[in-house]
Design a protein around this ligand. Structure first.
Ligand code: AMP
Length: 536
């Protein structure tokens, strides 16, 4: 028997046109390079994004053609988020924090035809310009300066009055793409379909995932060049909420000012951003009046429990989430299940600090050499996922098939435990696992405990060769400015929290820990730095 339902394609076009129709008055606020605020409404965004789509089509854009962006989070980037895919193109966000040579490689590998770039980022473009062959480059004037000679203005381009033709798109057609910011090997491209982005938006809007509503004031701090700012621009426009886009100003004070001025209710970013914000709040607790209960999604790296607790004291609600470029990215969110709400608040932290339970349609398993790990919250295995917004391969790349199992699960490269309630806890990257005398040690857990010490700003725990145990953990510590602590004090601090063999054998104090373009600790570099470490 067949269903009598329509074949109705799930495309961004629907989200975009509906938002234009229903939410014309919703505001979009963008921070410009000079720190002033640009404001307009959905009706302006809708009109301009359609104008962009029409102009691209008039310039020869065919369905499936890639259009690159090199931009911070602001209104013009949002126009590209919808104008490009709804015109049939593929939005390819370039990560401006990568090395210029890598950006050039990525643009070439993707076969990008056009580029839209912030005027403030032209110096970066100039660095890889010799490597790439965009047909046309459109410059978004944000700084108030005239567009330099030799470049086309984005504003002139979209003012050309070309009417966008809305192509009938297959929901499986490509809508966007993003390259992983891998720490080893060449960057790998992930292509998002309309269907994947639509389903992802619906899942993100759900109350038990991110719970976005039309009444929210949404500020994605996570850059729009990294996994579509976790899909938030798509979800935000779908629900029709106010958008607050921070431009290039991501320091704690600028963000706190923006949260206050625009009554932000929902924001999202990586832990390093939140550590900075926490410090600013602790230094001047009365300086900002934030929306009570403001939700803050923390992902991209583990949210330490001490951070979740500290924000609770400011009535700011951290929601821990896990995902990857390959998973669009929503995988898990750490809401407290109803039944667990009966637990004393203290005990609830044990769940909130985990990465959480999988979103609907995302399936997870932890695999050991013996097969599926028991869901006991202790046994570690490689986290594998599958679902309608999980990549099934990389764009035009051979030799990466081992990232998928024979039965179609994506091997995340993360090591995790899953407990009886289904909460996933990431314990490491496979590459960063420490094996001491045949036993695994979770570097992430020890790091998170270290960050709970009042003098510690950052901590990385790495495995270093050891004559007796193969490998032993070394803790690399960055102290908070003006604070200090000794190895013995840290050791005493950790001792009650862990089995003895998990405790680092040594502590090394440094000024900074190397990080990737998206804020993750570059442990491969640290291991190299400490390769010749002599155990004391
Ligand atoms: P990316 O594709 O650059 O977003 O990186 C994805 C990787 O970031 C994951 O495979 C994890 O290793 C890490 N990651 C993301 N979210 C979390 C989290 N909440 N806790 C720990 N690691 C995370």
């Amino acid at each position: 028997m067949h269903s009598t339902m329509m074949q109705f394609p799930l495309t961004l076009t629907h989200i975009f046109e509906r938002a234009g129709q229903l939410f014309g008055a919703s505001e979009i606020v963008s921070r410009l390079p000079d720190k002033s605020l640009h404001r307009y409404r959905y009706r302006d965004f809708h009109e301009r994004a359609r104008a962009l789509g029409g102009a691209l089509q008039a310039a020869g854009l065919q369905t499936g053609d890639r259009v690159a962006t090199l931009m911070w989070n602001h209104y013009a980037h949002l126009e590209a988020y919808f104008g490009i895919p709804c015109a049939g193109g593929v939005l390819h966000t370039l990560n401006l924090r990568l090395h210029a040579d890598d950006i050039g490689y990525i643009a070439n590998h993707a076969g990008d035809r056009f580029l839209i770039v912030d005027d403030a980022l032209l110096p970066l473009y100039e660095k890889f310009r010799h490597l790439v062959k965009f047909e046309r480059v459109f410059v978004v004037p944000l700084t108030g300066q005239p567009v330099p000679a030799g470049y086309e203005s984005y504003e002139d381009f979209i003012r050309g009055n070309a009417v966008m033709q809305t192509p009938a798109l297959d929901e499986r057609a490509a809508a966007g793409m993003c390259y992983t910011s891998g720490t080893t090997g060449r960057p790998k491209g992930v292509v998002y379909s309309h269907r994947a982005l639509v389903l992802h938006s619906m899942a993100c809007a759900m109350g038990d995932t991110l719970g976005l509503k039309q009444s929210d004031s949404l500020c994605p701090v996570v850059p729009m060049f990294h996994v579509n700012a976790w899909g938030l621009p798509f979800t935000g426009v779908m629900v029709g909420c106010k958008l607050v886009l921070p431009g290039p100003h991501l320091d704690a004070v600028s963000l706190l000012d923006l949260y206050q001025a625009e009554a932000v209710t929902f924001t999202a970013g990586v832990p390093t951003i939140w550590m900075g914000i926490l410090q600013a709040l602790e230094k001047a607790p009365a300086q900002w009046k934030l929306t009570p209960g403001m939700r803050m999604v923390v992902g991209g790296a583990a949210a330490p429990e001490s951070m979740i607790r500290a924000f609770d004291r400011f009535n700011l609600n951290v929601l821990h989430a896990w995902g990857m470029t390959e998973t669009t990215p929503l995988g898990t969110t750490a809401h407290i299940k109803h039944a667990l709400k009966n637990l004393p608040v203290e005990d609830q932290y044990a769940y909130r600090r985990k990465q959480g339970v999988p979103a609907p349609f995302v399936e997870v398993r932890a695999m050991t050499d013996e097969g599926n790990a028991p869901r006991d919250g202790v046994t570690m295995g490689e986290l594998q996922v599958r679902g309608p917004w999980v990549a099934a391969g990389y764009y035009n790349l051979d030799g990466e098939d081992d990232k998928w199992t024979a039965d179609g699960w994506f091997r995340t490269g993360d090591v995790a435990t899953i407990d009886a309630e289904g909460y996933v806890r990431i314990t490491d990257r496979t590459k960063d696992l420490i094996k001491s005398g045949g036993e695994w040690i979770s570097s992430l857990e020890v790091e998170n405990a270290l960050i709970g010490h009042p003098a510690v700003q950052e901590a990385a725990v790495i495995g270093i060769a050891h004559p007796k145990w193969d490998e032993r953990p070394l803790a690399v510590i960055v102290c908070k400015s003006g604070k200090s602590v000794t190895s013995a004090e840290l050791h005493a601090y950790l001792t009650p929290q862990f089995a003895k063999f998990w405790l680092p054998d040594d502590y090394s104090f440094v000024m900074e820990i190397p990080r990737t373009s998206t804020g993750k600790m570059l442990k491969s570099k640290l291991r190299e730095q400490f390769r010749d470490w002599q155990w004391s």
